[in-house]
Design a protein around this ligand. Sequence first.
Ligand SMILES: [Zn+2]
Length: 506
Amino acid sequence: MYDLLIRGATIVDGTGAAAYTADAAVAAGRFAAVGPRLAGEAARTIDAAGAVLAPGFIDIHCHSDRYHIEQPAGEIKVRQGVTLEVVGNCGASLAPLAPERAREAVDHAVGGPGRFRGAVDWLSFGQYAAKVAAGRPVVNAMGLVGHGTLRIAAMGFAARPATPGEVARMSGLLEEAMAEGAAGLSSGLYYAPGLFADSAEVTALARVAARRGGFYATHLRNEAEGLLDSLDEAIGIGRAAGAAVHVSHLKAAGRRNWALADAAVARIEAARAEGLDVTADVYPYHFSSTSLLAVIPPWAQAGGIPALLARIADPDTRAAIIGQIKDGLPGWENIFHNAGWEQIIISAVGTPEGRAWEGRSVADIARAAGKDPFDCALDIIAAGNGAVSIIAGSMNEEIVARFIRLPALSLPEAIHKMTGLTAARLGLGAFGRIAAGARADAVLFDPARFADTATFEDPRRHPTGVRAVLVAGRLVLDGEAATGERPGSFVSRARQTHPQPAGGLS
Ligand SMILES: [Zn+2]
């Protein structure tokens, strides 16, 4: 007796192989059988004629860290067909924490003070993972360890490279987290405090992650005019540390840098030809999402948010900050130069008085207030107590599409990139496939209707065309209805006993 029998689906199995029509049977959280006209009874049968059955999508780059604790039943990802999210990206994870700086590190990881109001009642990665699992999330989570989080634990927001003792402290914390199931190390060398680190510091940590079977994910130091140098830094760290490198949200930011896109791809292809394990992800939109603190020059972020707010409040220091936002600094990626105030749109503010700004550009808010936009941006940061999220339009949609297609894009290839290929990067042999024995995390969708409907103006609209979503063999979405089931787990790399699928890392 199966738990579920899906009849006559067009199966796109996650390996990149061509689609075929078959039945899929689910029992005890796994695919029990996949084949034509399966015999046997099931508690529930779905007639899937005309629908595609694919492995559940794996979102290797998200910042849902706090939502797995605050909103474990949240439907947003499930309704997109996502069954596993990787948190802890861009150098910012919720663990491990040092007791004396726990709240500061959490605030950093969630985009500013006031965002996560719950108790910080964990320190180690294992304790954090256990807390997520105990909340019974609807989707699965897996976690990277953020270099910024390690740095805050070891040295706060000190604006200098780490001492050998501090590197040893970070290495010890990372070693422990890897033993507790972390997927690897992430860095955000564009953000404070990660940007204060040199390559040697990050290499030492990437070596620890690699020794434990993890990979090194990075938000590059500079995605604008410094894109190629930053790719060289990332690849160099991987080469020196013996670590697989994953470039997060590959992009060429800023109109004047769009011409670097092909050279960036060539850099990655050259590294792969050299035998290095280098991969990248892209987001499917031409706006990026980050903090408004990204407009602030690095020196002004030394000491963290309280020190920054004090600098903004001091007229002379404020004038110096504004001068550098306007003129830039050598080597510093300046998001104002990439996007401009018209294309920097406030998406979330951590204080109630900031809500009225959400959905509006800095330029628009400044015009309405009769302010200079540079002053206005700093006023918004101050009013939001440093917790201000933005979306910034700095990318070219045609380049985004080109990256997504690499090298070519059929439906099986697109699904492979979102499932089997991603699972291989994460070292998860049992995920990302429709096959007997694989985890029954899957999405059933109508290929003619499956589309996003959300817009930048109305981001909460659900996609259309999803017929069902399975997590651990249980239906979490059944037609239009969320079932209320919460079968997700915190997926540990260390506990995976299944071998990686062979090949396919293209
Ligand atoms: Zn990032």
